[in-house]
Design a protein around this ligand. Structure first.
Ligand SMILES: Nc1nc2c(ncn2[C@@H]2O[C@H](COP(=O)(O)OP(=O)(O)OP(=O)(O)O)[C@@H](O)[C@H]2O)c(=O)[nH]1
Ligand SMILES: [Zn+2]
Length: 384
């Protein structure tokens, strides 16, 4: 294949037609489901979220042929992939780099792995159990909806924590306030958010009302990848259902709905919304904890960080030190004390969570030394 026609399939401008019903279909019979699988599983690259960032990387790659694919689910032994040719899969093997839902890959003509594209955003967390490495959660997102409800559950400190996480992953956060139908004074909440950052994107919705959720439409357009985070009971599942429509428009065309009225799919994590965007919903995203994300905390408190640069002492703790620009701002009322307390708490918390990986290693080492000492002393006891 010559250089000029390499990646011909990738550069093809031919639009693959996707049969996406304007209105969600009612109950899904077997034959309808089969038809949907045959027709709706081919998306164009832009519908899958491909963008210039990846196209630039592609131009610099030294492979003579190949096609790109995006990971739509990660099972124990296999990745599910979306490509212009439809759905495929790739077996998880030890010689593959660590990969996650949202990643873009280059495959050869036989579907073998060739290359992992550099991500433009990534969520990861400390791996659970005894594993010491980081677990990848999701990548290449356009927006993350930080979901919070407009009632007593609203907690500005918790929202700051989520902002730190999202900023650390290099994704643009949108605070989505649910249960607007139950709230008489929405501005009391939005003002608190505006005080954090006057440019913060804030939307209010009634998650139960599909029309109200249209307020989020502009974030969910063609090829935009969106995920949700937020604590329990704030209305994430309700919002997911409203965003996907009454009957889920899954990328595979496989539609299932469990008895609780929640949309479940056969382990798939990327779901096509009627608006053309992709909703990335995994348990991992929902369980995210603040860990090891100093950059994200600093981004979230950028006004405080720039003030701190003006403190007289480089290691100022912003307590009673003379010449502390942060304390000056608090005294003059231009910054709240709550903000400083929250900043220091989040920095400590993320450091603690991040350090526990190193601590676990140290614990492991000292434990094996202890066992060794016990073995040696029992041997010498036997001998002696
Ligand atoms: N009135 C009103 N109720 C809502 C709204 N959004 C969600 N609810 C209700 O709030 C409750 C919790 O909503 P869920 O969608 O299950 O919340 P969740 O965030 O997914 O909760 P977890 O599954 O525990 O993480 C349910 O009873 C919903 O019907 C809303 O905008 N308005
Ligand atoms: Zn200071």
């Amino acid at each position: 294949m010559t250089k000029s026609n390499r990646f011909a399939s990738i550069r093809s401008t031919k639009k693959t037609v996707i049969t996406q019903p304007a209105k969600p279909e009612p109950a899904v019979g077997h034959s309808v489901e089969k038809e949907a699988v045959e027709h709706s599983n081919k998306l164009s690259l832009s519908q899958m979220g491909w963008r210039v960032h990846f196209q630039h990387q592609l131009a610099g790659l030294d492979f003579s042929e190949g096609r790109v694919a995006r990971i739509s689910a990660h099972h124990r032994g296999q990745y599910d992939l979306l490509s212009e040719l439809g759905e495929t899969s790739l077996a998880v093997k030890s010689d593959l780099p660590p990969m996650t839902v949202g990643d873009w890959l280059l495959l050869d003509e036989q579907g073998n792995f060739l290359h992992l594209f550099e991500r433009d955003s990534l969520f990861s967390r400390k791996a659970a159990g005894s594993k010491l490495e980081r677990q990848l959660i999701a990548s290449n997102l356009d927006w993350v909806f930080i979901v919070s409800s407009l009632n007593h559950d609203f907690n500005i400190n918790r929202i700051e924590r989520y902002l730190a996480l999202v900023n650390d992953a290099k994704v643009t956060p949108v605070v989505v306030l649910t249960k607007q139908d139950l709230c008489d004074d929405i501005s009391a909440y939005t003002e608190q958010l505006r005080a954090l950052d006057s440019n913060l994107l804030i939307e209010t919705v009634n998650g139960l009302d599909g029309d109200s959720v249209q307020a989020l439409k502009s974030y969910c357009g063609n090829g935009k990848t969106v995920a949700l985070i937020g604590s329990s009971g704030v209305g994430k599942s309700t919002l997911v259902n409203s965003l996907l429509g009454q009957v889920e428009q899954s990328t595979s065309g496989v539609r299932t709905d469990d008895s609780k009225g929640r949309h479940t799919t056969t382990g798939r994590s990327l779901h096509l919304m009627p608006t053309g965007g992709l909703l990335l919903d995994t348990p991992g995203m929902r369980e995210l904890q603040l860990a090891d994300c100093e950059d994200g905390v600093n981004d979230t408190f950028s006004e405080l960080v720039s003030l701190a640069e003006q403190c007289r002492f480089g290691d100022c703790q912003h307590q009673q030190e003379p010449g502390c620009a942060v304390q000056d701002a608090i005294s003059s009322g231009s910054m709240s004390e709550r903000r400083l307390v929250s900043y220091q708490k989040l920095l400590r918390e993320q450091a603690l969570n991040g350090a526990s990986i190193a601590e676990k290693r140290a614990q492991g080492r000292s434990q094996s030394k202890l066992y060794k000492r016990i073995q040696e002393s029992s041997r010498s006891n036997k001998r002696g």
